[in-house]
Write a protein that binds this ligand. Structure first.
Ligand code: GZL
Ligand code: ZN
Length: 334
């Protein structure tokens, strides 16, 4: 904020010298009235999935000039290095807030110390981080990924029980998200717990596919060259589920909860729910990307000097192929 006040002073001085016969105007820089907009630097992971695109749109819509913000947006193209670089630039620009959707859970301590030393509050959204000193960031707004995974595992246990398959060997392919992201870590540990709880569940393969459809297609195709004896494919987002389904259908495998491969997915994007309605995805656990309004509310609270909760888990639900309807899909925001 200090640097910006200096910039305003310099601009004012220049305007005063230059405009001789008019009263001094409010300093205007880059076409916007300065001083009363909250300057936010936002470091986004990338554009790896439909979920991510919806997340970015929600942030840009909420942190708009009409809502009192000047937003500096950086797309890290799925590289943490680019996020660290962007945050360092935000600090040099003297932003009022830094918002980051961290690609990975670790590696943030030193850059957040630099932000703290510069007196710039940091809001972590979407995925969470692990740092030595929790005071390095103001709040986390996102999902309880372990709980999302637990929801999926409990639903699968229930389905298999109903199908009388508690004694059958259940062969599971585990398509993981970005290795080391809190979304992958939470959803993975819930399945690991499920496998240890059900000794008839067998992990056939487990591989990180970076939350992308292309990578999941490539990895699933490779697994299918080794075996087609698969009962469940647990994919850690919709993009991966669609890629895995493409690969299975290419080799003539049916994907459905009745008498085909049971596909579990996360995100509940529109495309993912359409696959659920078609019966190709058996369960889709929602992961809510509409986080912009929550960030706007937290910043405004802090501007008013009101207390901020350390963690804000966003409400999420789940959809399955037996109960989902077109109306449910039509009524959703993304
Ligand atoms: C989860 C988010 C994950 C989504 C994926 O909050 O970080 O990253 O589940 C996205 O679709 O790529
Ligand atoms: Zn979520």
């Amino acid at each position: 904020m200090k640097k910006r006040m200096l910039a305003i002073a310099v601009v004012t001085l220049l305007l005063l010298c230059s405009c001789t016969n008019t009263t001094p105007q409010t300093p205007v820089v880059s076409g916007k009235k300065m001083g009363d907009l909250i300057l936010v630097g936002f470091s986004q992971v990338g554009a790896e999935s439909e979920w991510r695109v919806a997340h970015t749109e929600s942030m840009k819509a909420a942190l708009s000039e009409e809502n009192g913000y000047e937003l500096i947006y950086d797309d890290a193209r799925n590289e943490q290095e680019n996020q660290l670089r962007a945050i360092r630039t935000f600090i040099q620009q003297g932003v009022d807030y830094i918002v980051v959707a961290p690609r990975l859970e670790t590696g943030w301590d030193s850059i957040l110390q630099e932000a703290k030393d510069a007196g710039i509050p940091v809001i972590v959204i979407d995925r969470d981080i692990k740092v030595e000193d929790r005071s390095l960031y103001t709040t986390y707004i996102g999902s309880d990924f372990y709980k999302e995974g637990e929801t999926a595992v409990a639903w699968l246990e229930d389905l298999l029980e109903k199908q009388g398959r508690t004694e059958d060997t259940i062969r599971i392919v585990h398509i993981q998200g970005t290795a080391g992201s809190s979304a992958q870590l939470g959803r993975t540990s819930a399945l690991e717990r499920g496998v240890s709880r059900n000794d008839n569940w067998e992990k056939v393969a487990q591989e990180p596919c970076d939350f992308t459809r292309a990578k999941a297609y490539e990895v699933m195709s490779k697994i299918l060259r080794r075996t087609k004896d698969i009962d469940v494919v647990y994919c850690e987002n919709d993009g991966e589920a669609l890629g895995a389904i493409d690969a299975m259908e290419d080799v003539g495998l049916k994907c459905n909860a009745e008498d085909g491969v049971i596909v579990i997915s996360f995100d509940a994007t529109r495309l993912g729910l359409e696959y659920c309605l078609a019966g190709k995805i058996a369960l889709n656990v929602e992961c809510n990307p509409l986080q912009g309004p929550y960030v706007d509310a937290v910043i405004k609270r802090r501007q008013r000097g009101e207390p901020i909760e350390q963690v804000k888990y966003i409400n999420e639900t789940q959809f399955d192929c037996f109960t989902i309807t077109q109306e449910m899909i039509d009524g959703r925001g993304y």
